[in-house]
Design a binder for this molecule. Structure first.
Ligand code: SF4
Ligand code: SF4
Length: 229
């Protein structure tokens, strides 16, 4: 997909939709597309008081693409109230998100997408690559866009957004490298090895609870160092 205009979190974008009033379109029939990061799972486990395994009972599921298994929100139901469409397990009978305050990052983002980019920065000793992303509006995604401008950081409502954006970037490139490596192993017929590495990755970043006292980001960095070390 070729994004149109790119935005930073400080920019205004035409993403107003009357507070989603009466709409839950992006909570329905999403298949496996609402992929969850370790931060999302951490937020869900802390706020719901449930473990990763308990969430796996009915709210999330694992899906493998390109050799990497990641959790996503599970569409459950075919609920009568929604015309027998499959809806997210966190959507309540009133058509509202029951976990709005700690909803996953992709739910906050919609109808925005992220365009990842690597910039070359001049430094005294040559140059340095800086990884990051900017936002774009995904065309024809939200049917209720009304042309009202909203500041993106306000739309996202993510505390400590800068830190979160750094995490999202790091996680994106980790997943990219991981998939490439797993794909190479799959091509070499090393299916069992791929399974083992995926289980270790899921255990370290998702299943093992994060300590609330330390906060997510510090512990994530430590785990990333351990995985790559
Ligand atoms: S499709 Fe748009 S208006 Fe509807 S719930 Fe999603 S973001 Fe809100
Ligand atoms: S978590 Fe909330 S916002 Fe996200 S898909 Fe489910 S009901 Fe919708």
């Amino acid at each position: 997909m070729v994004p149109g205009r790119l935005y930073t979190a400080k920019d205004m974008a035409k993403i107003g939709c009357n507070g989603c009033n009466g709409c839950s379109y992006c909570c329905q029939e999403m298949g496996e597309s609402v992929i969850l990061t370790p931060f999302d799972i951490c937020e869900l486990t802390w706020n719901l008081g449930k473990s990763f395994d308990e969430l796996m009972e009915d709210k999330i599921e694992l899906y493998m693409t390109d050799g990497m298994a990641l959790p996503n929100l599970k569409m459950t139901g075919e609920k009568e109230a929604y015309g027998f469409r499959e809806v997210c397990g966190f959507l309540n009978e009133e058509g509202r998100c029951s976990i709005h305050a700690f909803r996953p990052g992709l739910c906050r983002l919609f109808p925005l997408g992220r365009n990842y980019e690597i910039k070359q920065m001049e430094t005294e000793d040559g140059g340095q690559e800086v990884k990051g992303f900017r936002y774009f509006i995904v065309e024809d995604s939200c049917p209720k866009l009304n042309g009202t401008k909203v500041k993106i950081e306000k739309w996202l409502e993510i505390p400590n957004l800068k830190k979160n954006e750094e995490f999202i970037t790091k996680w994106h490139y980790f997943c990219k490298d991981f998939r490439e490596e797993m794909q190479g192993l799959l091509d070499a017929g090393e299916d069992e090895k791929v399974k083992k590495i995926n289980l270790a990755m899921l255990e370290l970043f998702y299943r093992k609870p994060y300590e609330k006292e330390r906060g997510f980001y510090e512990e994530f960095e430590e785990r990333m160092g351990r995985f790559q070390g």
